[in-house]
Design a protein around this ligand. Structure first.
Ligand code: G3P
Length: 217
């Protein structure tokens, strides 16, 4: 399973990339706002840090506007992945951009049928929003499972990118169901390593080691 980090915070991205934990980055207009930076500058910096796909989202809602913005975003770096909303215009732009050889990420997906359309439009990634489905009392993971089954039925190569991940349990469930990628906020990604028994065990080992009076090397 690949991990993307869901942020436009370059300090966080650099730290996680240095650990070797991330395979790509996803951004969106809200995350650009949160970063406080200019979309072109921030995205360029992210692309210089991470080798994998960096999703940058168009904000036009019509096909022509999306294609124009996609051309601008694609010029930022070779690893840009154009993020498009799950609308008819977004799907049309997805098909065109995929045919031109661009990576595409169709976002704001909330149903298996929407994901089916994105796969037919040739999307590189489909982003079902797990947390936002949970927020309204639905089951985000159920949708991930449905998409997995449909894509496997027909051999679609579109990768399932579990998005709107809010908890470590979301990450585990997405991995168990077979999502290809999870895009995870930095704090949740860092929380995956934590276990109280690891801390307790390490403390005990270090205390015993100190009693030996030995040194390694
Ligand atoms: O990748 C999409 C993600 O940023 C949305 O997450 O928590 O705003 O629903 P959230």
């Amino acid at each position: 399973m690949k991990f993307f980090v869901d942020t436009a915070d370059v300090t966080e991205i650099r730290e996680l990339n240095d650990i070797g934990l991330i395979d790509g980055v996803t951004t969106n207009p809200s995350l650009i706002l949160k970063s406080g930076g200019d979309i072109m500058e921030v995205t360029k910096e992210i692309c210089s840090i991470v080798d994998g796909p960096v999703s940058a989202e168009v904000v036009a809602t019509d096909y022509d506007g999306m294609m124009k913005e996609a051309a601008v975003l694609a010029r930022i770096a070779g690893n840009i992945c154009i993020k498009l909303p799950l609308t008819m215009d977004g799907l049309k732009a997805c098909k065109a951009l995929t045919s031109q050889g661009h990576k595409t990420n169709v976002t704001l997906c909330f149903s298996a049928n929407q994901a089916l359309l994105a796969a037919k439009a040739g999307a590189t990634f489909i982003s079902p929003f797990v947390g936002r489905l949970d927020d309204i009392g639905l089951d985000g993971m159920e949708v991930i499972g449905e998409i997995r089954a449909i894509y496997d039925n027909y051999g679609f190569e579109t990768e399932i990118l579990a998005a709107s991940i809010r908890t470590v349990n979301h990450v585990k469930m997405a991995a168990m169901i077979g999502a290809d990628v999870a895009t995870v906020p930095p704090a949740t990604l860092k929380a995956l390593v934590k276990h109280p028994l690891t801390d307790k065990g390490l403390e005990a080992f270090l205390a015993d080691w100190a009693k030996t009076g030995q040194k390694i090397g």
